[in-house]
Design a protein around this ligand. Structure first.
Ligand SMILES: CC(=O)SCCNC(=O)CCNC(=O)[C@H](O)C(C)(C)COP(=O)(O)OP(=O)(O)OC[C@H]1O[C@@H](n2cnc3c(N)ncnc32)[C@H](O)[C@@H]1OP(=O)(O)O
Ligand SMILES: O=C([O-])CC(=O)C(=O)O
Length: 379
């Protein structure tokens, strides 16, 4: 907190309560996170991502009939139309895949005749269409960067199975499908994080949903937010072996560098989602070790690094720490990790866009000026 005269400034809005929300509740004191009143950890281990998306958007878990209809609509909207496919193909492969996400969402907005209709019903339709088509975009981008042709969506498969099939050409072992589903549920929503807040700021000006999601993608890309899952895996590869972890960490902290995947603005005693995702990582690692014994080193590096960080600083891992190695072991290339986060967080972002629209006030804080005093313009 800085004081300029009588003005109290909270850099980064740290500790400032900006508005109410009924979408989720983060309680750092008890390490809990609930979506619409249900513990996110329980949802992750018992519900599909589709059910959680429905919950975040409509406030209740779906009945069997509601889920069947919702699933049908999701499956019917998976295909990327020809013009959108052509746009995707024209985006340079040299750019970061998050640039592809940002550009494609922006393009999809320009194709939507209802782009500017701000009703909850219209926005929830747009949200469902994005939920359904974003995996097709991510999978096509993943494959073209490997020189491979895209695989069409398969309407008989669940969200997670279909996405993994579009990436790898087969539905992997149920252990992988389950871990991927859990990561989607855990990444789905987290109150007023930076990207959600960006979406709410854009929505507060009465702009459209695609503009708000495009802004949110830009905010998520940064390494202090969603981009950290990529940085975590790059660091683990640099460390190479568990016996190098402590020396690597000491050098990093002595240089006053941030260690990616650790720390959190709200949780100060550990991220509520980490135990569930850590368990998923353990499952994925055990599965991968069966065919490649060296795959076990990422989990060992995880444990060494987390223990050393705790001893030296007391700072705990956040969700990006277990998802990084989990996604790597599933077979994703590192630059695709944050787009996977987008595929999930589209649910939380759009739930907040609907909430902001329903109870809107233009978001426009004040600043305290500390530049030169007023002076005459030179002749
Ligand atoms: C899904 C998500 O978006 S989760 C977040 C993902 N981001 C990361 O993993 C990036 C690494 N982490 C960080 O940079 C931070 O912990 C943040 C940005 C997430 C939260 O930061 P803030 O709440 O602003 O805390 P701040 O950065 O002020 O840290 C407080 C103190 O802890 C230290 N600290 C916090 N996180 C870390 C870290 N990851 N590595 C080293 N030191 C850290 C800071 O250096 C600071 O120390 P100081 O008081 O001696 O200066
Ligand atoms: O809440 C935050 O600041 C960041 C985070 O963990 C998330 O968005 O999932």
């Amino acid at each position: 907190m800085t004081d300029i005269g009588a003005t109290e400034i909270r850099k980064g809005l740290a500790g400032v309560v900006v508005d109410t929300t009924a979408v989720s509740k983060v309680v750092p004191e008890t390490n809990s996170l609930t979506y619409r009143g249900y513990a996110a950890a329980d949802l992750a281990t018992t519900k599909s991502f589709e059910e959680v998306a429905y919950l975040l958007w409509y406030g209740e878990l779906p009945t069997a009939g509601q889920l069947a209809l919702f699933t049908q609509r999701e499956r019917a909207n998976r295909r990327l139309n020809r013009s959108a496919q052509a746009v995707l193909n024209r985006i340079p492969e040299t750019c970061h895949p998050m640039d592809v996400m940002r550009t494609m969402v922006s393009y999809l907005g320009s194709e939507d005749p209802d782009e500017d209709v701000p009703t909850a019903a219209a926005n929830l339709d747009k949200a469902l269409r994005l939920l359904a088509v974003l995996p097709t975009i991510v999978a096509a981008d993943f494959r073209r960067r490997r020189g491979l042709a895209p695989i069409d969506p398969h309407h008989g498969l669940s969200y997670a199975e279909n996405f993994l099939n579009m990436c790898f050409g087969e539905v992997p072992d149920p252990v992988i499908v389950e871990a991927f589903n859990q990561s989607m549920v855990l990444y789905a929503e987290h109150s007023f994080n930076a990207s959600t807040f960006a979406a709410r700021v854009v929505t507060s000006t009465q702009s459209d949903l695609y503009s708000a999601v495009t802004a949110a993608i830009g905010a998520l890309k940064g390494s202090l937010h969603g981009g950290a899952n990529e940085a975590v895996m790059a660091d683990m590869i640099e460390i190479g072996a568990p016996e190098n972890a402590r020396a690597w960490l000491t050098a990093k902290l002595d240089a006053k560098d941030k260690v990616m995947g650790f720390g959190h603005r709200v949780y100060k005693r550990g991220d509520s989602r980490v135990p569930t995702m850590y368990d998923a990582l353990v499952q994925v690692s055990a599965h991968c070790v069966q065919s490649d014994p060296s795959a076990g080193r990422w989990l060992e590096i995880y444990r060494e690094l987390a223990a050393a960080m705790d001893e030296r600083t007391g700072i705990q891992p956040n969700l990006d720490f277990p998802t990084g190695p989990a996604y790597y072991l599933m077979g994703f290339d590192i630059p695709m990790f944050t787009p996977l986060f987008v595929m999930s967080r589209i649910t939380g972002w759009t739930a907040h866009i609907v909430e902001q629209t329903r109870s809107n006030a233009l978001i426009r804080p004040l600043s305290a000026y500390d530049g030169p005093v007023q002076r005459p313009v030179p002749a």
